[in-house]
Design a protein around this ligand. Sequence first.
Ligand code: UT7
Length: 345
Amino acid sequence: MRDATAPEGDPGPGALPVAITGLGAHLPARVVTNDDLAERLDTSDEWIRSRTGIGQRHVAAADEATADLAAEAAKSALADAGLGIEDVGSVLVATTTPDHLIPGTAPLVAERLGTQVAAVDLNAACSGFVYGLQVGGALAATGAGPVLLVGAETLTRVVDHGDRATAVLFGDGAAAVVLVARPGARLGPFRLGADGAQAPMLHRRSGGSRYPTTAAGLQNGDHLLTMRGGDVYRHAVARMAAASTEVLARSGTDVADVDLFVGHQANARILEAVRARVGIAPERCHVTVERHANTSAASIPLALADARDAGRLHPGATVLLAAFGAGLTWGACLLTWNPDDEEIT
Ligand code: UT7
């Protein structure tokens, strides 16, 4: 329940008066099915579907990198918002698979779009989009918007393609939103968290300043993604459920009033466990992991775009997002989907 004494248009505790006015997605053309993977790995469509819900993934072409996917998604989001690149105040790219370690990917995306405004990366791994919503929302609310926030990844470039435990889980893709300050809109509240003590649970050990790239390290595969899957699974369920419950409580929203739940699309079993713990009705969940696999920071905006295209996002809908990823990081947020058709202010 909102505070009846709050000023009219107040978005509520911990929330920003910011609207998502544009949403766009871009998936690489090439699709790799579970059966395709089973031709070269000791795995099966049955194992992958039953343990993860994944049926296929999109994979970037050899000449496509994260910035290329990001720029396409950004163009689509801008068109959806009815804005030109000259209207944009800041560009944020949430990614854990940047084109290069130096420089960031956001300046490369901004260059492709034709702007020299502030452009910076945000690496919260699979939680990057939810983190980016709070960072980008705050930028938009303090005059640095409209903000173009892109979640973009090419995880298939950093997995060990010979390791069936990780190679089957990930896909590539990008999706973007435009964040605009707007009285009466609601973005939040947020509950973000991190636990660096658990970093080795899901990481690429080498290639940074701690363990620079060496010939021996490359030989050993230290630059590739490694994961303790079972531990990640347990933490993901606990953290996403707790963060979701906290944002609902903080905003005084009854779980029955959540119109759409979009969780990080890593594993259908994780999403089902979070759904059950939080008490969300099954028909209020949007799940794309079957078609997209785990696209890390891109997974939630890709699923949002998919829900919109399926007619599942109506103006005024209460949307709950929850994410979890390497770091460890996690987060949840509530938002009201495009509350009205007002002109951008
Ligand atoms: O975005 C966040 C990043 N990651 C995640 O969210 C992933 C979280 N974790 C998970 O989704 C699950 O833990 C996995 C899908 C990774 C694994 O599922 P699981 O039910 O926890 O399986 P498991 O790791 O306990 O492995 C069970 C068996 C093992 O064989 P043994 O030791 O029982 O003989 C694995 O070697 O399944 C085997 N296995 C496979 N078999 C066929 C592991 N990967 C495969 C595979 N195909 N692709």
